[in-house]
Design a protein around this ligand. Structure first.
Ligand code: AMP
Length: 414
């Protein structure tokens, strides 16, 4: 018996959970599963890595078996919208895994790949449809899918959906779903725009909030390395000499940047690939599979491409560029230290990025320890523009001095 048994989930689901090796429900699962089983609407403030997929998928699957798992062609009974192909694919994988003992059918549709197999799968009938908004609208316009039998409607990563400009598509899709339904909206952040969307969609929802930025960030060991922009690649080469960095996700701000870093890694003999929006679906999948299987030591990604990527055992996240949106930092470092494992996040910060670091430290409510122990340390940046006050406080370093740390000239206040 697992602790999941207390959640009133059906036997086939409990078996699938055991197959997955889950023993204890995560906080969001504990909080969300009971009200969802009762049919309540839900607003989930949670990010990837919290176990939110199972939190919505398990009650959904249980609901679908209530009336003998009835199934109709082209008329899914549950719709899950996700902003990116990668996330949609991962949700689809989870749904398949959790429903493996239930005889429920699901499929995933997204753009950038042939529409024909998707049309065929829908024609055969599915209980659960996982979709990105654009391709779903295409299929609706072609009459290949109807949403008038949807009983459960779930929007995942709603903040990213809005960031990516999907609001009109989402509104059109919502208009095609019956008014009488169970609705769930998940979002890592809750800006006013997402709250507005939630207000229009949800009926008297339960609000479940887990792992605010600070909690997630606390699990990950973080370091910032001050370095000039033109020395970042050399610094990366030095870091990659450390064999402990065995599965590393490297973030850049731009697609070009991602390509350049991947090329550099190639030149220094580190197996890697870049993923971003300009890559074909095939190339993205190959890269992701190579990274998952361990054939690639590094995956270089932009924020949007990396959204929702769930790879186990990422030992390090390297922010080659700091993100200008502080929330992205939290998303990025959450790719390591997943489901209880520990991980490390290393951020490069040049002069221009100094203010981004200040913003990040505000939202994670802690200062990121500075690692000076590298060949390119820029002392003048420590108290440079954007630094909080003349003397940058770093309590963690004061408490635990590193005896190996080489002495550096003390930075002069700007
Ligand atoms: P998610 O936040 O849904 O992307 O899930 C993050 C990761 O945690 C996935 O790899 C899940 O397979 C895993 N996971 C979800 N629930 C549990 C659980 N109760 N125990 C252990 N791992 C879990």
């Amino acid at each position: 018996m697992t602790e999941f048994a207390g959640l009133e989930l059906a036997q086939p689901l409990l078996r699938a959970i055991a197959d997955e090796g889950y023993t204890t429900p995560t906080p969001i699962q504990l909080k969300a599963i009971p009200p969802l089983l009762q049919g309540r609407d839900l607003l989930g403030v949670a990010q990837t890595g919290t176990g939110k997929t199972a939190a919505f998928a398990l009650p959904l699957l249980q609901h679908l078996t209530k009336d003998g798992s009835k199934l109709q062609e082209r008329r899914p009974r549950a719709l899950i919208l996700a902003p990116t192909r990668e996330l949609a694919g991962q949700i689809g994988d989870s749904i398949r895994a959790y429903s493996r003992h239930m005889g429920l059918r699901s499929t995933v549709v997204f753009g950038g790949v042939s529409i024909r197999p998707q049309i065929k799968a829908l024609a055969q009938g599915v209980h659960v449809l996982v979709a990105t908004p654009g391709r779903l609208l295409d299929l609706m316009n072609q009459g290949k899918v109807r949403l008038d039998a949807v009983e459960v409607y779930i929007l995942d990563e709603a903040d990213r959906m809005l960031d990516m400009g999907f609001i009109r598509d989402v509104n059109k899709i919502t208009a095609a779903v019956p008014k009488r339904r169970q609705t769930e909206l998940f979002s890592a952040t809750m800006p006013r725009s997402v709250q507005g969307l939630a207000d229009g969609l949800l009926d008297d929802p339960i609000r479940v909030e887990v792992a605010p930025a600070a909690t997630t960030a606390e699990k990950v060991e973080q370091r910032v390395l001050f370095v000039a922009k033109d020395k970042k690649r050399a610094l990366l080469s030095d870091l990659m000499a450390d064999a402990d960095i065995s599965r590393v996700l490297i973030f850049t701000r731009t697609k070009h940047g991602a390509n350049r870093v991947a090329k550099h890694l190639d030149q220094i003999g580190v197996e890697s690939a870049a993923i971003h929006g300009n890559k074909s679906q095939g190339a993205r999948e190959r890269a992701l599979n190579g990274f998952r299987s361990g054939n690639l030591r590094a995956l270089v990604a932009t924020d949007i491409a990396a959204r929702g990527i769930d790879v186990e055992g990422v030992t390090h996240v390297i922010n080659f560029d700091l993100p200008n949106e502080p929330e992205s930092y939290v998303h990025r470092i959450g790719r390591t230290a997943r489901a209880g494992a520990s991980g490390m996040a290393i951020s490069f910060c040049d002069h221009e990025e100094r203010a981004y670091l200040t913003d990040i430290e505000k939202i994670i409510r802690q200062s990121v320890p500075v690692d000076e122990d590298h060949a390119y340390h820029l002392a003048d940046i420590v108290n440079g523009p954007g630094a909080p006050g003349p003397a940058r406080q770093n309590p963690q370093r004061k408490r635990r001095p590193n005896p190996r740390r080489r002495r550096r000239p003390v930075a002069r206040a700007a």
